[in-house]
Design a binder for this molecule. Structure first.
Ligand code: UGA
Length: 439
C-alpha cells in the first residue's frame, strides 16, 4: 500500500484517485475548489460517471480516500503524486500548461521525502522533462523528486470500468527507481504494463487518440461518398470489420467526433508537428473532415426546407456522446445556434446534458428563434416540423419509427447517429436522412 496524492479532481484525477483507493492505496485528492471538496466529502461526485459515486462513498467511509484543498499536507509525505489537471486547448492548437506548472510549483515547495510525480494529463512530448527540471529548480527540501509519464486512456461514461480493467498501463520513466515504484503501485490492478521512456509514453497518448480520431473521420469521409454512389456505410463497416487488422470498433460514421480529447489532441499533435517543422497531413485531414461533418445534416436540411423560420425543431441529444453530461465540442453546440439564427423554435431533449446546455443558451428567445428544454422526449416531438438527432441516448434509441410518424407534424428526421434501419423508417412513413445511407 502506498500513500498517493492526486492533483485535480476532474475525470482523470478523481477517477484515478478513487480507483487507487479501491485497490488498497491510501489516497488524498487535492482540488483548489473548496465547494467541490465539500461536495465530494459528502459522497457526491462533481462529474456524472457510472459507478463512481458508489466507489467514492465506499472508500471514503473506509478511510482510504480523502479530499482536501490543503495541497501542502497532501504532498509533503506522499510516495507518489499523480497530476490529473486540465491542459485546455489554446487558440493556436497548443496545450495550455499553466495548471500543470502551478501544481509542479506547489509540489516543489511541499515535498519533504523522496517522491515520484506522475503526470496523467495529456501533455506535449517533452513536457515531463520540463516539469522535472521545473520542480528541481523550485525544490525547497533536499529530497529526490522524479517525474514519470502515465497517460490515461479512459473514455467518459465508462471511466471507472476503463481504469479498473484497462487494456494497458503505459508508464514512461527515466530511471529504474521510478519504473519499479510505478509498477508496484499498479500491481494490484493486475493489468498489462508497457514500460517505455517518458517521451514515448507522451507520444503513445497522442498517437492513440489521433489514430482513433482518424478512424472516425475516415469512416465519415467514406460515408459521404457512400451516399453519392449508392452504398450503405453500415454494411461497408460491417464488411470491413471482419478483417482483424481493421477491427470492429470505432467504425461508426456520424455527426463527427466531439468531447474533450479527440478535437483537442488532434489539434495539439498537428501543432507539435508544425513546431518541429513537420506537416502531419493525415491528422490535419481528420480535423478538416470532422469540421465539415458537424454541420452536414444542418446543410442538408437547409436545402430541403428553404427556411427554419417559425418551425418547431426537435433536437434529441445535446451531449457529445451518451453516458455523460459533457458538452465539449458536441455537434449540438454548432447546430443549435445556426438553427436559432435561422428562426427555429427548438425543443431540446437530453437526459442529463440540458442543464449544462442551458448555461450557454438559457431558455427562451435568442435573436430570431428560441430554445425550450423538455424532460419528456415525446414533448420535443409533438407537432415538430423537423427532428435532429445528435446523441444516441437509450431514450432516443427506444423510440419506434411509428412514434415519429404519430407525433410530428411532418415526420422529417435527420439522424446524426444512424440509429434506425432506413427501411423501418420508410415503412412507417418517416422521411429519414442519416449518414452514409440512402435517404
Ligand atoms: C476518448 C478515447 O476513446 C479514450 O481512449 C481517451 O482516453 C479519451 O478520449 C481521453 O483522451 O481522455 P472520449 O472522448 O471520452 O474518449 O469518448 P469516445 O467514446 O472516444 O468518443 C469520442 C467521440 O467520437 C464522440 O463524439 C463519439 O460520438 C465519436 N465516435 C466514436 C464516433 O463518431 N464514431 C465512433 O465509431 C466512435
Amino acid at each position: 500500500m502506498y500513500k498517493i496524492a492526486v492533483a485535480g479532481t476532474g475525470y482523470v484525477g478523481l477517477v484515478a484517485g478513487v480507483c487507487f483507493a479501491e485497490v488498497g492505496h491510501q489516497v488524498t485528492c487535492v482540488d483548489i475548489d473548496e465547494k467541490k471538496v465539500e461536495l465530494m466529502r459528502s459522497g457526491v461526485t462533481p462529474i456524472y460517471e457510472t459507478g463512481l459515486e458508489e466507489l467514492m462513498k465506499k472508500n471514503y467511509s473506509s478511510g482510504r480516500i480523502e479530499y482536501t484543498t490543503d495541497f501542502n499536507s497532501a504532498y509533503k509525505d506522499a510516495d507518489a503524486i499523480f497530476i490529473g489537471v486540465g491542459t485546455p486547448e489554446q487558440p493556436d492548437g497548443s496545450a495550455n500548461l499553466s495548471y500543470i506548472s502551478t501544481v509542479a510549483r506547489q509540489i516543489a515547495e511541499s515535498v519533504e521525502k523522496d517522491c515520484l510525480v506522475v503526470v496523467k494529463s495529456t501533455v506535449p512530448v517533452g513536457t515531463n522533462d520540463k516539469v522535472e527540471q521545473f520542480i528541481q529548480d523550485f525544490l525547497v527540501k533536499d529530497v529526490k523528486v522524479e517525474v514519470a509519464s502515465n497517460p490515461e486512456f479512459l473514455a467518459q461514461g465508462s471511466a471507472v470500468q476503463d481504469t479498473l480493467h484497462a487494456e494497458r498501463i503505459i508508464i514512461g520513466t527515466e530511471s529504474k527507481w521510478a519504473e519499479e515504484l510505478l509498477t508496484k503501485i499498479y500491481e494490484p490492478f493486475h493489468l498489462p504494463i508497457v514500460s517505455v521512456n517518458r517521451r514515448s509514453a507522451e507520444m503513445i497518448k497522442y498517437a492513440s487518440n489521433d489514430f482513433l480520431a482518424l478512424k472516425i473521420s475516415y469512416m465519415n469521409d467514406i460515408a459521404n461518398l457512400c451516399e453519392l454512389v449508392g452504398a450503405d456505410i453500415q454494411d461497408v463497416a460491417k464488411g470491413m470489420s471482419y478483417d482483424e487488422r481493421i477491427g470492429s470498433k470505432f467504425l461508426n460514421a456520424g455527426i463527427g467526433f466531439g468531447g474533450s480529447c479527440f478535437p483537442k489532441d488532434t489539434k495539439a499533435l498537428e501543432y507539435i508537428a508544425k513546431q518541429n517543422g513537420y506537416e502531419l497531413k493525415t491528422v490535419k485531414a481528420a480535423i478538416d473532415v470532422n469540421k465539415e461533418q458537424k454541420t452536414i445534416l444542418y446543410k442538408k436540411a437547409s436545402k430541403r426546407l428553404i427556411t427554419f423560420n417559425g418551425l418547431k425543431v426537435a433536437v434529441l441529444g445535446l451531449t457529445f456522446k451518451p453516458g455523460t453530461d459533457d458538452l465539449r465540442e458536441a455537434a449540438s453546440l454548432e447546430n443549435v445556434p445556426l438553427l436559432i439564427e435561422q428562426g427555429a423554435d427548438i425543443y431540446a431533449f437530453d437526459p442529463v446534458g440540458a442543464e449544462n446546455f442551458a448555461n450557454v443558451h438559457p431558455e427562451g428567445k435568442h435573436g430570431k428563434g428560441s430554445i425550450t428544454y423538455v424532460a419528456n422526449i415525446e414533448h420535443a416531438l409533438e407537432g415538430a416540423n423537423v427532428c435532429f438527432i445528435f446523441t444516441e441516448w437509450g431514450e432516443v434509441k427506444a423510440l419506434t419509427p411509428e412514434t415519429y410518424k404519430k407525433l410530428m407534424r411532418t415526420p422529417l428526421v435527420y439522424d446524426g447517429r444512424n440509429i434506425y434501419p432506413v427501411e423501418d423508417m420508410q415503412e412507417a412513413g418517416v422521411e429519414y436522412h442519416s449518414i452514409g445511407r440512402k435517404p
